[in-house]
Write a protein that binds this ligand. Structure first.
Ligand code: SAH
Length: 366
């Protein structure tokens, strides 16, 4: 009989599993705290549990996060974790420090099926969905590595599902992991401090709003359907007018009163003045902020980053229209941890410059 990995369960599921073992619900809560609040994987160390229960757990269960393959820190404080998820695949998390604490950018899939043209995870193709244990296990491992500040607060204060993969295409595992992040007996993060980033899977956005509303970021990248179809092909299925309507619906239940639009600035592709003006009318009906991301190149992308003065001009047009707009700092490049550079596969790691997808956050950490 294979052991049940308890990292796959949120509080309700853990309670059900304990009930099936003939154990009381409060025992499940105790174990949940040990695993997530205290980062304990060894049942023998869970000293307030009866010895018989500890022995039962050892016989039937385990706490197994994805193994940490490597951990690198850049001079700007970006900290990249590489995890083995089996079958020659690896996924990455990146910790982005901000004034003492910071955000962990977590992956939800090995690879990605959406094929956004500017994203190296997209170029790499789709391998598989991560399990809940593999998603929450990234936070579990990073918390263990980073620890607490002098006041006893966890260093990781925010989480963004903005690493490799599309979280809403791996809905159930992502939402179970989100529930653990929000659970007071686990990570106890507020809904405002947990962000899902999506390329715009509308039916799943509606489900998320009902089942687990957290802060929302939308990868927008273009002001009109013709251009967005080429950059993010999912747009052919869920075009912009419908996406804007879905954002408005989401805001009815969202913990924050705005959505964040992420916009990767690619030289000569989506960074014209007329693009900025078109964005203003596109988003007129949606309470939003913009987060501009200078494109991070990777081998074979065929795109270039917009020049700083072009970025400035683009941002000024949005600002003059009264839209709160930030430019994401580019950090972590020396360890290939910048947005769009997270590597997916272990075998790629042996080649210099084998970079992959994914982004991290600067501004959504407060
Ligand atoms: N699938 C989700 C989450 C993946 S991360 C989504 O699309 O939102 C997505 C973010 O990574 C994008 O919004 C983009 O901001 C960033 N990104 C991807 N490739 C990038 C690149 N080459 N340069 C800069 N940012 C990139």
């Amino acid at each position: 009989m294979s052991l049940q990995n308890l990292l796959d369960f949120d509080a309700v599921q853990l309670g059900a599993w304990f009930a099936a073992q003939g154990e009381k619900p409060f025992r499940a809560t105790q174990v949940l705290r040990w695993i997530h609040r205290y980062g304990e994987a060894d049942f023998a160390a869970m000293t307030d549990l009866a010895k018989t229960l500890r022995e039962k757990l050892v016989a039937k269960a385990c706490v197994v996060p994805p193994p940490l393959l490597s951990s690198r820190v850049a001079s700007d404080g970006m900290h990249k974790f590489l995890f083995d998820v089996g079958g020659g695949n690896a996924v990455e998390s990146v910790f982005i420090p901000e004034a003492g604490r910071g955000a962990l950018c977590v992956s939800t899939q090995a690879g990605c099926a959406l094929e956004c043209s500017f994203c190296s995870t997209g170029k790499q193709g789709f391998n598989r969905n991560l399990t809940t244990a593999e998603i929450i296990g990234q936070l579990w491992q990073a918390n263990r590595a980073l620890g607490r500040d002098p006041k006893g607060e966890r260093i990781i204060s925010n989480v963004v599902l903005m690493g490799m993969g599309e979280p809403l295409a791996n809905f159930d595992s992502s939402v179970t992991a989100l529930r653990l992040m929000l659970d007071d007996n686990a990570y106890g993060l507020s809904r405002r401090r947990v962000t899902v980033s999506t390329a715009g899977l509308i039916p799943a956005m509606d489900r998320l709003r009902e089942e687990c509303p957290v802060a929302l970021a939308i990868s927008l990248h273009a002001p009109d359907d013709a251009l967005r179809d080429t950059l993010a092909p999912i747009n052919k299925k869920y075009p912009l007018a419908d996406l804007m309507a879905a954002c408005r619906r989401y805001l009815e239940k969202a913990p924050r009163d705005f959505v964040t639009f992420e916009y990767v600035l690619i030289d000569g592709v989506n960074d014209h003045e007329h693009d900025a003006k078109a964005l203003i009318s596109l988003t007129r009906q949606v309470s939003c902020k913009f987060n501009m991301i200078p494109f991070n190149p990777f081998p074979g992308s065929g795109y270039r980053r917009s020049r700083p003065e072009r970025i400035r001009r683009f941002v000024d047009i949005l600002l003059r229209a009264g839209i709160v707009t930030t430019i994401r700092k580019t950090r972590g490049e020396e360890i290939d941890a910048a947005c769009g550079q997270l590597a997916g596969q272990i075998r790629n790691k042996t080649r210099r410059g084998a970079q992959t997808a994914r982004g991290m956050l600067e501004e959504q950490t407060s």
